[in-house]
Ligand binder design. Structure first.
Ligand code: 13P
Length: 256
């Protein structure tokens, strides 16, 4: 991951079947051939990873997973390890997405275990999700919520010189709702994230080892507003990443 390059990440969630994932990956591979700006990542579901990975050979598009377990092997029914994700070509993995925090009750102590294991056992780049609920924003608790999420997620995590972590700020009220954060509020959140990371580690690590991206109802119509936000390193896209034209337009506008 290059600190200078911005990144756009597609989270396909559980929106596509296996064949649909392959078809969309192929469409995107063709569309992005010759594209040479920034980083482009797609995160299909677990079932599709292996075949999509094969299809992306030779493409600039990188592969990411939507989740990972914190152990490498053992009696953990239904789970997938970081080494297996690497085996099928993943370079990125989303951890602690708000849908998993909500529907599966994942909390930041569990996300902390995933993060520690990823940094210790793999070369996968974690995409660590944080974000507040609508009530927290309305009651002025954004800073409190985000700094606490980061503190718990990163507690005891050791950062090596070459460790890279992407912090994905995805406010819950913006995901799939059509509502997006205002640029001035995003600037504020960026400051909160940098300050929290500096408190947990130090300024140098906050600056060198972390990227900050935004997710929540971004599409080709509003992406230009995000391209102008200083200190924002990219986007995590749900719904609008399910259409190759739409995703290409967004990548073209956000990446430099
Ligand atoms: P939408 O772009 O559909 O709002 O989803 C955002 C998201 O949750 C990406 O992880």
């Amino acid at each position: 991951m290059d600190k200078k390059n911005k990144i756009i990440i597609a989270n396909w969630k559980m929106e596509l079947g296996f064949k649909e994932s392959l078809a969309l990956a192929l469409e995107m591979k063709n569309m992005f051939s010759g594209f040479s700006k920034g980083g482009v990542v797609i995160c299909p579901d677990f079932i599709s990873l292996s075949e999509v990975g094969k299809e992306l050979t030779g493409s600039i598009i990188k592969l990411g997973a939507q989740d990972v377990f914190w152990e490498e092997k053992g009696a953990y029914t239904g789970e997938v390890s970081s080494s297996e994700l690497e085996e099928v070509g993943c370079e990125y993995v989303i951890i602690g997405h708000s849908e998993r925090r909500g529907y599966l009750k994942e909390d930041y102590s569990l996300i902390n275990k995933e993060l520690k294991n990823l940094l210790k056992e793999s070369k996968l780049i974690p995409i660590l999700c944080i974000g507040e609920k609508k009530e927290s924003r309305e009651s002025g608790k954004v800073e409190e919520v985000l700094s606490e999420q980061l503190r718990q997620a990163l507690e005891g995590v050791s950062i090596k010189d070459d460790s890279q972590i992407i912090v994905a700020y995805e406010p819950l009220w913006a995901i799939g709702s059509g509502l997006v954060i205002k640029p001035e509020d995003m600037n504020e959140v960026n400051k909160i994230i940098v300050q929290s990371l500096s408190n947990i580690f130090n300024n140098k690590i906050a600056e060198n080892n972390f990227l900050r991206i935004y997710g929540g109802s971004v599409n080709s119509g509003n992406v230009k507003d995000f391209a102008q936000i200083e200190g924002l390193d990219g986007l995590l896209v749900g719904g609008a990443s399910l259409n190759s034209d739409e995703f290409y337009k967004m990548a073209d506008k956000i990446l430099i």
